[in-house]
Ligand binder design. Sequence first.
Ligand code: BES
Ligand code: ZN
Ligand code: ZN
Length: 455
Amino acid sequence: MKLEANIIFKAKDENVKQFVQESSGDFATIFTDDTLQVVIKEVKEERQSLDKVRMIAGAIARELTMRKVRTAKISKAELNHAFFTLDDQKVIVAFVEGWHLGTYRFDTYKQKKEAAPTTLKFQGGLDPRSVQVGEVRAEAVAFSRDLMNEVPSVLNPETFPTILQEQFAETEVEVVVHDKKKLEEMEMNGILAVNRGSKYDPAFIELHYKGNPSKPLIALVGKGVTFDTGGISLKGSRDLSDMRMDMGGAAAVAGAMKLLADSKADVNVVGLIQTVENIPDRHSLLPGDIISFKNGHTVQVGNTDAEGRLILADGLIRAGELNADYVVDIATLTGAIVNALGPKLGGIFGAEDLMMELKQIGDENGDFVWPMPLVDEYEATLKSDYADFSNISNQGPGGSITAALFLRKFVPEKAKWIHVDMASVMDTKTKGYYSQSATGFGARLLADYAVHVSE
Ligand code: BES
Ligand code: ZN
Ligand code: ZN
């Protein structure tokens, strides 16, 4: 067992060089004399990116933690030299962020806990703020991951508000919870309808952070379905455990609020979380039922499994009541986006200029997204026989687009709007700074976007 490790970039000894060349992956761990050396292989100019830095850092942190190494030393100068195409400070932030997330684990329910994470020590003059920023970012993402990974009997529509109240108790974030009675007064009929089968009461949670009240108001709207069985339109018999993560949008919003508050960001943001459980019961919402929304729209429920859009509609209406200038909604909304983009990219919808800005932010911070089209012609496929429209399209293909078109009908008129479908990126296998299951996607994306539009 080694208590210390050195992270180096160039293997000086010929034998070591040979070993490094032969080993697979981005780095090799080797013993020289009595010390454990971690040799990071050269990253070619064109492959250098901040996410590469995070991935390498995360993988090393996990490996050393597994080997029960107490501390690892790295030279700031060598790290910056190795990633010479990137900004020096950003590389440090990314390395620290990746390091902490690499040792993230959700082991609440394991009897045997893993060893304490290996501590990272920088050698050479370092701006401590970069380390702090990296830590704050990692903590926010870890918070989103914790919420997503939590089991559905522990995180449900009744406990979710309390969990957030506790999390934000000593912070600048004000938590306002609208309970079932209030939801009835507020005519949040999408939330009430979807939650009808649940033994828990639904809730609408508002997270207000006024870092600078004179800035444009940004509403972050998150889908918080603590378990999605499909409801009466029950999903198949495959393992549905992942559907505890159908509150990934809400987790992203909560993580973003934490990141903004912890970094004292100069923004004016409100997080709007709709939390429900979608489950079959004798009281459940039925296919064919009609929901009358507060803005006048009536919606025929073609499929109770298309529940996300029904609750987001209430969130979007609320964003309008609060006069939000920007509205970003985020949701594990459609299976179709998984097929369209695969596991590395979330889908985004909205005005082209806004999407390009958001994509650029994701490219830098690791929450990768790709612009998707809002095809006006498909809107007619949402037609209903006896309501204004249906919650499902009568055309099979393009399911992520028709879901986005449904949401567009509820977006406040004067607001700039982006919709993020994160169903494709909610979970992952262990790799780099990701560990099995929840990704914590969206916390960084939303927080950095809020900062960007407030500059
Ligand atoms: N929560 C699901 C979407 C989802 C699928 C998230 C896979 C993560 C992984 C959503 O509520 C849903 O069931 N959508 C349906 C919509 C359909 C009935 C129009 C879908 O995508 O199949
Ligand atoms: Zn569903
Ligand atoms: Zn869902």
